[in-house]
Design a protein. Structure first.
Length: 336
């Protein structure tokens, strides 16, 4: 009975009015939700070992969040610190910003200011363009109500639990593509041509309620994009979703294996493999290695390792992100 009612709630939620593309590609806010969060992320991976992550998150009643870190094999790693937290129009925070040029297709990424290599500062300018080469994927359209209902039904229901379910109700968009343009480092221009994935999500987010998550995604050598997303909260067990593009169509994955089956010892592996199935029953096999990473601590309560993932999915190699998150209240992060 609980599973039936949970599935009904999910289906009702999924039937809510679909937003036009221009609205999906806009920044969102909700002054009535104290923990509202709008987060946008871009990853870049080069064949020469260069890589970049950049993220902007605009939050109610809390300071905004930002990441900007990049690495060049011959020059080392650079990170943005002490950004001016003045929020501008659209996706703009201090000197770092995004601009949607064509919804679902092109975005500009720009920054001008200081970045750091250790304690030494460098003058940096970013002039980058993301081009979507695969469909913009709305996770609303790939959610399997039966899988989510099964996870909800396993929990002990109470008024508090049902209220907290709003934390899993988010809009989540992803897209595979390329980033091109230039990064100026102390006046030296470096031309960029990277594989990329981007992510945009909004809704309630409290890092302290997350227990653990894994997010793997990238672009394969044949141009197709894929994603595996898994998360557990302090009030609910694992939820998961994923897809593989086939041109303009998508293959949807069934409920994915428990995170402990491929990331237990160590909790954040440098290499691992995952076996899973799509909804048509076809088996898939993902191999992951993590040659580089950036680390972030969110609100002082949640640790994220932003791994650069090298992948082999069903025999086809690719590159992307292998992100692992752990809550130190539940997991020992001292040895990761």
């Amino acid at each position: 009975m609980k599973k039936f009612f949970a599935a009904w709630m999910i289906r009702r939620s999924l039937k809510e009015r679909a937003l036009p593309l221009i609205d999906l590609e806009s920044k969102h806010s909700n002054p009535d939700e104290v923990l509202f969060n709008d987060s946008s992320y871009f990853l870049g991976r080069g064949n020469d070992g260069s890589h970049m992550v950049v993220r902007l998150a605009f939050r109610n009643g809390r300071l905004p969040e930002y990441w900007l870190s990049f690495h060049f094999p011959e020059k080392g790693t650079f990170e943005l610190r002490d950004l001016d937290l003045v929020e501008g129009d659209g996706f703009q925070l201090g000197g770092l910003g995004y601009e949607c040029i064509e919804p679902g297709k092109f975005w500009k990424i720009s920054y001008a200011g200081k970045m750091f290599q250790g304690e030494k500062s460098h003058q940096v300018e970013l002039d980058l363009t993301f081009e979507g080469t695969r469909p913009l994927v709305n996770f609303k359209n790939i959610t399997n109500p039966s899988d989510t209902a099964r996870a909800i039904a396993r929990e002990r229901w109470s008024g508090t639990f049902l209220k907290r379910l709003k934390e899993i109700k988010k809009v989540h968009l992803e897209q595979g593509g390329r980033i091109s343009g230039s990064i100026s480092l102390d006046g030296e221009e470096i031309r960029i041509d990277w594989r990329s994935i981007r992510d945009h999500s909004w809704g309630t987010r409290s890092w302290g309620t997350w227990k653990r998550h894994v997010w793997m995604g990238g672009v394969l050598d044949n141009g197709e994009a894929f994603n595996l997303s898994l998360i557990t909260y302090d009030f609910m067990g694992q939820l998961s979703a994923g897809y593989l593009s086939q041109g303009e169509s998508l293959i949807y994955f069934k409920a994915l294996p428990d995170m402990s089956s491929f990331a237990a010892d160590p909790l954040i592996p440098k290499q691992t493999s995952i076996e899973f199935y799509d909804r048509d029953g076809k088996a898939h096999h993902l191999l992951m290695t993590m040659p580089h990473h950036f680390d972030f601590m969110m609100d002082g309560v949640y640790f994220i390792r932003e791994g650069m993932g090298n992948f082999e999915l069903d025999g086809i190699t690719g590159m992307g992100v292998a992100e692992f998150g752990l809550n130190p209240e539940y997991y020992d992060t001292s040895t990761v």
